[in-house]
Design a protein around this ligand. Structure first.
Ligand code: ADP
Ligand code: MG
Length: 259
């Protein structure tokens, strides 16, 4: 694919000739300097942007060939997005934040609140925040907030998770834990995970390493990824311990904003 931004007479050819394939169930990072086009690439793969050249095929379908409704269904159900900012709504509880995708489900005019709540609880258990459903996001640490955002992304059982600098607002210990969680979801639920990052340490924790530079994409190959177990916390089963007991930094980082 190719992508250029035009501002007035200026043409910024961000992605000039990008060709690659990611297999079902892979655990991949895309690294590259700031401004190299990582977010641009992720938005195109995620169906957030259709204004590019070339072809993107996901699960056997050309994204270009999808109608608006099909594309929004693809975005909402096939893809789970995780961003650097957690985009949690501060006036809603954790469980309500996680259930938000139910509101956007196509044609779902009458959302079954109970079913949505049950599903939200399930995914909160998956990210080991099962006991924090009634908390407000402001009561959680940065790492916990990102886990809430990941739970929300899991709501519709995505096949593909696209994560744009998901650890960018976290200290390195929290960042490692979040990558461990992605690894667990990749292994246990078979979700294909693509993590965009400019942090070599985060990239090193994935199985395959792509790099965007000078408008092109390079495949830097594969390494054995860190095992999920030590990174995924807490060690105790979700139901047992209060995850807040983990030693996370205080809540000075009040970065909550609405999209
Ligand atoms: P990265 O995520 O790797 O930091 P981006 O994909 O956000 O890079 O941006 C790549 C380049 O495209 C940058 O030079 C940026 O300024 C430019 N760019 C991004 N979005 C837009 C836009 N909406 N309009 C014009 N230029 C843009
Ligand atoms: Mg970016």
């Amino acid at each position: 694919m190719r992508k250029a931004y035009k501002t007035g007479k200026l043409v910024n050819e961000v992605l000039r000739d990008v060709e690659f394939e990611i297999g079902d169930g892979e655990f991949v990072s895309i690294i590259g300097p700031s401004g190299s086009g990582k977010t641009t690439l992720l938005h195109a793969i995620g169906g957030l942007d259709r204004d590019y050249g070339g072809e993107i095929e996901v699960d056997g379908r050309s994204l270009r060939s999808l109608s608006d409704v099909e594309l929004s269904d693809y975005r909402n159900r096939f893809v789970g997005f995780v961003f650097q900012s957690f985009y949690l709504l501060p006036h809603l509880t954790v469980v309500e934040n996680v259930a938000l995708p139910a509101l956007f489900a196509r044609g779902d005019r009458t959302v079954d609140d109970d079913a949505a709540r049950r599903r939200a609880q399930e995914v909160l258990d998956e990210v080991e925040l099962g006991t924090r459903g009634d908390s407000k996001p402001t009561m959680l640490s940065g790492g916990q907030r990102q886990r809430v955002a990941i739970a929300r992304a899991l709501f519709h059982r995505p096949k593909l998770m696209l994560c744009d600098e998901p650890t960018g607002n976290l200290d390195s210990k929290m960042g490692t834990q979040i990558v461990g969680l992605f690894r667990k979801l990749n292994r246990d639920a078979g979700i294909t995970v693509v993590i965009v990052t400019h942090d070599p340490k985060i990239s090193a924790a994935t199985e395959r390493h792509l790099r965007v530079e000078d408008g092109q994409l390079f495949d830097d190959g594969r390494t054995a990824a860190e095992p999920a177990a030590p990174a995924a916390e807490p060690a105790a089963p979700a139901a047992a311990a209060e995850p807040a007991a983990e030693a996370e930094p205080a809540r000075a980082d009040d970065r909550e904003v609405s999209p």
